[in-house]
Ligand binder design. Structure first.
Ligand SMILES: Cc1cc2nc3c(=O)[nH]c(=O)nc-3n(C[C@H](O)[C@H](O)[C@H](O)COP(=O)(O)OP(=O)(O)OC[C@H]3O[C@@H](n4cnc5c(N)ncnc54)[C@H](O)[C@@H]3O)c2cc1C
Length: 358
């Protein structure tokens, strides 16, 4: 991915490709068409770890990490979720105290869980509450600078979804981190939420790629599989409806995400818009993949047909970075005014996207 320029693709400079938000999300769509796990690893590296460093890091932090991360030589992770706090990260328990014995250092203590890339990460973005102020701050934890026993990142084994990406925990036991590794200014949930906003945008188009692969596979299967008087399944209207519903949701979701990406490129996208398309596209991708799975009958249970893998993956995409129901909270009447710019304007890119689907 690093060699192809896919990592941190929307970042300008530092050896990154510097493409538009729409182009960046089209990359996530292409990768997720293969597997949501590959896209998750890529998104965590790009939007969450590199994005945090790019948006909130000091000049030295950016120079030190971004060029190596763009090449894929340094792997990043983003530690926000904790065993007791997922949807409610503001209640996090991980804390950073000034080291009483070593000036210029903080000691980080706490646990994070369900962290993509954590077992293999060289640098971990850790969100923790500063003991003195109670405010959330971001820290860059360099694995190779942590004394033995202060940082553990065990993998979570036997996952039923996103099996192509590595997920783990992060245990910090008075892990010493130099003050220059703290993001200098950002405080509170603004830090993690800004990064999540970008990653959620990528997910909104990414899941459309997974759904498109489900449609493609289900269509092929329905044309080949014959039941009752030698007719292909595709001849039956109930089967056609499943495919038509899924193709409609994929086309609408793709167009909406491209429109929000254009607004993001113009600096006009709001978090409510991104929340809306992340929620809607993940919900529709999961729902349609589950319905399309039925077309495969018993064969859906076999790995060989791939549809079950997408269904399990899409459950995760609907859950992480704000579970679907949690995103519904940002669609209150007060929030709707900021979505008025979301009207779809068909242009060349949209036409190309829909042509691919048909
Ligand atoms: C494979 C995988 C990779 C992940 N990668 C990362 C990562 O890299 N970094 C990271 O920080 N996190 C990561 N996560 C964590 C993910 O973001 C959380 O799982 C997600 O935010 C949900 O939190 P939770 O699992 O603690 O669920 P909970 O917060 O316990 O929620 C459980 C259920 O209760 C519902 N619920 C919660 N509160 C309310 C409420 N007030 N009203 C109504 N319903 C409510 C939720 O919608 C959900 O359905 C990952 C998760 C997975 C599965």
């Amino acid at each position: 991915m690093g060699e192809l320029g896919l990592l941190g693709a929307t970042i300008k400079g530092y050896g990154c490709a510097g493409v538009s938000n729409v182009a960046g999300a089209l990359i996530t769509r292409a990768v997720e068409r293969v597997d949501s796990g590959y896209r998750s690893s890529m998104s965590v590296q790009s939007s969450l770890a590199m994005g945090a460093i790019h948006d909130f890091g000091s000049a030295e932090q950016k120079e030190k990490y971004l060029p190596q991360m763009a090449k894929g030589k340094v792997t990043g992770a983003f530690g926000l979720t904790e065993p007791n706090h997922g949807s409610d990260p503001g209640s996090m328990e991980t804390v950073a105290r000034e080291d009483p014995h070593k000036k210029g250092y903080y000691l980080l203590k706490g646990s994070k869980t369900w962290i993509t890339n954590s077992p293999i990460a060289d640098v971990l973005v850790i969100w923790a509450k500063l003991h003195e102020t109670g405010k959330i701050r971001g820290f860059l934890v360099d694995r190779d600078q942590c004394p033995a026993g202060t940082l553990e990142t065990p993998a979570i084994k036997n996952k039923t979804g996103l099996r192509a990406s590595i997920t783990g925990m992060i245990h910090l036991e008075d892990c010493p981190v130099p003050k220059e590794n703290m993001f200098p200014e950002v405080e509170g949930l603004k830090g993690p939420f800004t990064c999540l906003n970008s990653a959620r945008y990528g997910i909104s188009l990414g899941v459309m790629g997974a759904l498109e692969d489900c449609i493609d596979r289900a269509r092929t299967y329905a044309l080949e599989r014959k039941q009752f008087k030698g007719n292909p399944l595709a001849k039956y209207q109930l089967i056609q409806k499943k495919l038509a519903d899924a193709a409609t949701d994929a086309a609408y979701g793709t167009l909406a995400a491209i429109q929000v990406g254009r607004l993001k490129d113009e600096g006009k996208a709001t978090p409510e818009m991104i929340s809306m398309i992340k929620r809607q596209n993940c919900d529709r991708a999961l729902h349609n993949s589950r319905v399309l799975q039925e077309i495969f009958g018993g064969n859906a249970v076999s790995d060989e047909y791939m549809i079950g893998r997408h269904v399990s993956n899409l459950y995760v995409t609907q859950t992480y970075e704000g579970q679907s129901d949690i995103h519904s909270k940002s669609r209150t009447p007060e929030a709707t005014h900021s979505t008025k710019d979301m009207q779809i304007v068909p242009t060349k890119e949209c036409v190309c996207a829909t042509r691919e689907l048909t």
